[in-house]
Design a protein around this ligand. Structure first.
Ligand SMILES: Nc1ncnc2c1ncn2[C@@H]1O[C@H](COP(=O)(O)OP(=O)(O)OP(=O)(O)O)[C@@H](O)[C@H]1O
Ligand SMILES: [Mg+2]
Length: 398
């Protein structure tokens, strides 16, 4: 006789959990993975929302990484103290906890509520730990009906254990991938360094040849140094280890600052540099230095891939209907063929025609993309060969 007895609620929750865990194991992109985890956590614990805090073992602190419902850009990177916070308590004790009245709990860290303008009525938090490693804390916030139960705690703890392994896996994967690419990329400059030193040692090398070799050594060493820095930046961004320092600043001022910083180089290259900003440039909440780095990368490209007597325009405008603001960097330079357009944001990718003429690591745009998507924005490019290129950054207006 078929067994038509309904599954016990706990059992069916475990079945859901197994399905979720299977899905998680196949996600290697950390951002996507973390989003899936918080969604699954809110779902399985019947909570209004959920969030993940990651642990930084070097600084010994927790920081917000991903959350459902609320604006991640506001929260991302926000440091939560190990002491005097509920998440900190969970991380230090490696134990789950249910708190029905966070506002009255001494450990509650109120800045989170203030930032999200939400009040937490109840919290169920579990540690994200693998065999030895503290990865972070997973919190379900505000039970939809009633209060969190020991059963909720049990399933969320089980999800936390799966999630921790998946996060660890994705980080390892990203690392191995990055290291492989890096080693591949440094082989060429290393072998030209080897060849140049070899020639320098040659007893019959002329003075002129030696100077030429020294020049090559110099350029290649600079390139390696530049690549290492860019690469380090990128791997920090990609692995989620780089935290955004969110602060309020005047976007218009930043655009002016960036224009001033590249002004001299544009002039030396006989390029016209224009700045067009609308009067309603917003005060934004973002990582000032990272956004500046992204804009400088784009402006440097606009200089590098330009033509004699060309033009560069840096534009800022607010699109109220879309609740976003745009920053455009346009140039009247060499342009990019369509078949390369989709690839230029890839690590190390350089348009072959360009790489023969100008130096670069091919990492600049990957860094830009990570910074912008990390802020909840996106970046587009339009280009016409021989006419010029426009990069457009869309950032959410808060
Ligand atoms: N404004 C532009 N006009 C034409 N081509 C561009 C422009 N910006 C980028 N590119 C193309 O995209 C490629 C990737 O750009 P990216 O900034 O990532 O690397 P790079 O400029 O080569 O090196 P780096 O920025 O690390 O010095 C460039 O090599 C170039 O071929
Ligand atoms: Mg570049």
């Amino acid at each position: 006789m078929p067994n038509n007895k309904p599954l016990s609620p706990l059992l069916s929750r475990y079945q859901r959990l197994i399905k979720i865990s299977r899905d998680l194991a196949s996600k290697l992109d950390l951002d996507i993975l973390l989003m899936e985890i918080v969604r699954a956590a809110a779902d399985i614990a019947n909570a209004e929302e959920a969030s993940i805090l990651l642990y930084d073992p070097i600084k010994e602190e927790l920081y917000f990484q991903t959350a459902t419902n609320i604006d991640t850009t506001l929260m991302r990177g926000m440091v939560v103290p190990l002491h005097n916070s509920i998440a900190g308590w969970i991380a230090r004790n490696r134990e789950p906890i249910i708190i029905d009245n966070p506002q009255e709990d001494k450990r509650h860290f109120g800045r989170v509520d203030k930032t999200t303008q939400m009040t937490s009525r109840s919290i169920l938090g579990v540690p994200l730990v693998t065999k030895e490693k503290m990865i972070g804390v997973l919190e379900a916030i505000n039970k939809k009906e009633g209060t969190f139960t020991p059963e909720d705690q049990e399933v969320l703890t089980a999800l936390g254990a799966q999630a921790a392994v998946a996060i660890e896996n994705s980080r390892l994967f990203q690392q191995s991938d990055l290291i492989g690419e890096f080693v591949h990329e440094i082989r060429t400059p290393l072998s030209s360094l080897g060849a140049a030193t070899h020639l320098l040692q040659h007893p019959r090398a002329s003075q002129e040849q030696k100077e030429k070799m020294l020049d090559i050594l110099h350029t290649e060493i600079d390139r390696l140094a530049e690549m290492s820095t860019a690469f380090l930046d990128l791997s920090r961004l990609e692995s989620g280890r780089s935290q955004f320092k969110i602060e309020k600043f005047d976007m218009g001022k930043l655009l002016i600052e960036c224009r001033d910083l590249v002004g001299k180089e544009a002039q030396e290259n006989h390029l016209d540099l224009l700045l067009e900003i609308s009067e309603d440039m917003p005060i934004v909440r973002a990582d000032h230095d990272k956004i500046k780095q992204a804009l400088l990368n784009l402006l440097n490209n606009a200089i590098k891939y330009n033509k004699e007597g060309g033009q560069i325009t840096l534009r800022g405008k607010v699109i109220l209907e879309e609740k976003e603001f745009l920053i455009e960097v346009s140039d009247t330079g060499v342009g990019i063929e369509k078949k390369h357009l989709a690839l230029i944001f890839e690590k190390f990718y350089r348009v072959p025609d360009h790489s023969d003429k100008v130096d670069g690591t091919g990492l600049g745009l990957s860094v830009v993309k990570q910074i912008i998507t990390g802020h909840g924005g996106r970046i587009n490019v339009e280009s016409e060969v021989g006419k010029g290129t426009t990069f457009t950054i869309h950032l959410p207006l808060l």
